[in-house]
Design a protein around this ligand. Sequence first.
Ligand SMILES: NC(=O)C1=CN([C@@H]2O[C@H](COP(=O)(O)OP(=O)(O)OC[C@H]3O[C@@H](n4cnc5c(N)ncnc54)[C@H](O)[C@@H]3O)[C@@H](O)[C@H]2O)[C@@H](O)CC1
Ligand SMILES: [K+]
Length: 478
Amino acid sequence: MEQVRAAEAAAMARLPEGTLMQRAAHGLAAVCGRLLGRVYGSRVLVLAGSGDNGGDALYAGALLARRGARVRALLLSPERVHAGGLAALRAAGGRVTDDQREFAAADLVLDGIVGIGGRGGLRPEAAGFAGMARRGTVVAVDVPSGVVAGTGEVAGAALRADVTVCFGTYKPGLLVDPGASYAGVVHLVEIGIELPEAAVTALQEADVRRLLPVPDVESDKYRRGVVGIAAGSAKYPGAAVLSVAGALRGGAGLIRYVGSAAAEVVRRFPEVVVSDAGLAAAGRVQSWVVGPGGGDGVGEVLDQALGAGVPVLVDADGLTELARRGPVAGASLVLTPHTGEAARLLAGATGQAPPDAAGLAASRLATARRLAELYGATVLLKGSTTVVADPDGRCRVNPTGTPWLATAGSGDVLAGLLGSLLAAGLAPFDAASVAAYLHGLAGRHAAERGTPITAMDVATAVNHQGLGELRRPPRDGS
Ligand SMILES: NC(=O)C1=CN([C@@H]2O[C@H](COP(=O)(O)OP(=O)(O)OC[C@H]3O[C@@H](n4cnc5c(N)ncnc54)[C@H](O)[C@@H]3O)[C@@H](O)[C@H]2O)[C@@H](O)CC1
Ligand SMILES: [K+]
């Protein structure tokens, strides 16, 4: 958020005083007007904190009052309220109230308690609003109060918004859970600030299109990439089948499978080259996927893969083994933990007791970044918002996905898909974020009818027509 502040300061130095806040307030009032449909006669409550976030809300309230809304403002700390905003509201016919029942009665509540200046959990006078019953639409100004704008963490209570109107840039807290789950629909209002490249980004469709490899006339199966899958065990042969299914959809030219589920794999996918004689005997590959359903023998497999001199994706049982070893040097690594596995990996690297997995889920960006740094690996942290962190400090939040993806075997499909993209030559950070994007989109497509989906449905949906389009160069060549 320091970058946002610096960009705002630079813009403010160029512009007449108050310009940015006026732009923010006009954008905010326009969204509120659309949500209300008929502004005249509607009841609007402004919750105004003591900073500029409250100022935005009061100025927007003034604009709505000028259009005939009955606007009331509840001031969290009346002695420190934004004076200009309050004067504008009063001049437009709005009034200050201390009647908290207005909250339930309003057609629209503007949450201007705190924005990017929020520190610590909401103070008690503000926290009370988080649990209050309401009838109308809650619109958060810049960020739902109580959500940490820079990280998506929520310390204690936060206001649950139906819509968030943010200014200048999408704050990470609106994209990463748990914060994202408080934000509702997010509208961005441009206010004319120029930001340096953000510390946290999300791939857009055009990025995925640019990154996805498309075979050309020169491509043979080796150039398109050979991926090695060491997955599945006598107990979990299905993990092998699902990882291979994911890898086939990732576009690799050839798949080599090593492990005890070879018979199941070929029965299902006759095009796969299988062996049960260990990794060294498998032939040339450009990436290894180790761990899904790996069972007991996975330690030895992991060591062989780490010594193979190609990028290695470690998942599931492979991660448990890696956590026992702690950080390893020399291999280009991608780790795909869920929060339980992340806790074990952290413990393995620090020698401390595993942290609470729920706590890690609540600080997803920090967890992924820390693991990436400790292991020198690209880390894809799975969960309600999938986050990808690179050891060089870059971080991406996956914008696709659906809760239906939380189904058995879905992670095996993701591992195969990601391994396939690594074999095709994508850099680990790109391979991980593109795989998460495609997997999330495939999950959404598979779940289109609103019924439960299986992991194989997800793998199949990666080839769905709309996703196939991503591999076609756009007509304008951009
Ligand atoms: N800086 C700028 O150029 C612009 C800022 N804008 C708005 O200004 C906001 C940032 O304003 P500020 O820097 O004044 O900060 P905020 O208004 O976000 O919050 C700071 C104020 O809230 C209080 N506060 C902090 N933590 C709290 C907590 N946990 N519970 C209750 N109160 C708490 C502080 O005492 C302080 O008065 C942005 O989020 C955005 O809404 C927009 O007007 C656009 C332009
Ligand atoms: K707010």
